[in-house]
Ligand binder design. Structure first.
Ligand code: ZN
Length: 329
């Protein structure tokens, strides 16, 4: 009997041919989009399918998990989390007929750089512009013992020396107790062609119980800021780096939390002037609440400021590496 006439050999040959042809006939997974409220959304299941994640819903939450990725969402809410760090979506997670949808904007500007950290604009970071908030007649938030303006300068100086040790060129908006307008701060960052900008602040709230850390990045065009409801469709200079802004903010919030063990109030979006007009990836950190008496005591301590400074510097070192390996122009 000839070799190819043998039935098992024939079956085996067909099997090999089928295996070989499979990639040709089975279409690659595609993102499924839908339009709600005149806005584009993407089905969470199609995202999961594309990246081999699993979607599970339990206890009013929706989880999308993979080997290194763990997202948690809440239907009809903007609050979400990634690998244990709180993030704020531009639009609430939407649910229809048992399918969960995330807005295309959130997929593009947040999920994408979190899923694949190389999916942001490639750039090299050498010059860091540090902006200690307030100064001079503008004292910022007032605690019982401290003015925000002096704490921001103390913290920024610590960050500066850590960054210099790591080979960065650091420019500061102020190095003394001087008043500088917001416009002049961002103008200086742009003039010196800084590669990233970090504006440093401490918080205050009417409710004295509130405490924790927040990191802000520029709100994408067509979304409302996390603490507002008005949608602005205009694109500002700060929108040229939406993915990088978010990646830097996420890394910074994560590192500050890991060094300080402070409460996580999340990565949020805002159109603060200093990040809105910045022509480079920019973030604004709120490093604790001076209005909370217990927090104020901790914040005023060098130990805490050193931990936060290490977090900020560590995330910038981390971001420098990731941004230099990024794949988008
Ligand atoms: Zn401030």
């Amino acid at each position: 009997m000839k070799f190819f006439e043998h039935i098992t050999v024939k079956i085996f040959a067909v099997f090999i041919l089928a295996l070989w042809l499979m990639p040709v006939f089975s279409a690659p997974p595609k993102l499924r989009t839908a339009t709600f409220f005149k806005r584009q959304y993407i089905s969470l299941y199609s995202i999961a399918n594309m990246y081999r994640f699993r979607v599970t819903a339990r206890g009013g939450r929706v989880y999308m998990t993979g080997r290194y990725h763990s997202f948690s969402f809440t239907p009809e809410k903007m609050a979400a989390s990634f690998n244990g760090v709180q993030i704020t979506l531009c639009h609430s997670l939407y649910q229809k007929n048992g399918v969960y949808y995330v807005s295309k904007m959130d997929y593009d500007t947040m999920l994408m750089p979190l899923i694949n950290r190389h999916k942001m604009r490639k750039h090299y970071v050498k010059t860091v512009f540090l902006d200690p908030g307030h100064g001079g007649r503008d004292v910022g938030a007032e605690g019982r013992y401290y003015y925000e303006k002096s704490l921001t300068l103390r913290l920024a100086s610590k960050v500066r020396s850590l960054l210099v040790k790591n080979g960065f060129r650091v420019i500061m908006s102020r190095r003394s107790d001087a008043f500088i307008s917001l416009k002049d701060r961002v103008a200086a960052a742009n003039k010196y062609k800084a590669d990233i900008m970090v504006s440093i602040h401490f918080n205050s709230a009417a409710n004295k119980k509130v405490y924790g850390l927040e990191t802000y990045c520029m709100t994408p065009a067509g979304a409302s800021s996390s603490n507002a409801s008005k949608i602005d469709y205009k694109k500002y200079p700060g929108n040229n780096f939406d993915r990088n802004n978010f990646a830097l903010a996420y890394l910074m919030q994560r590192a500050m939390l890991s060094y300080s063990k402070a409460l996580d109030r999340g990565v949020k979006h805002a159109r603060f002037l200093v990040i809105k007009e910045a022509k480079m990836p920019a973030v604004l950190v709120e490093c604790g609440f001076l209005s909370n008496p217990t927090s104020e005591k901790i914040i005023g301590n060098d130990r805490y400021l050193n931990q936060i400074a290490k977090g900020i510097a560590h995330s910038i070192v981390n971001y420098r590496r990731v941004a230099s390996e990024a794949s988008l122009k």
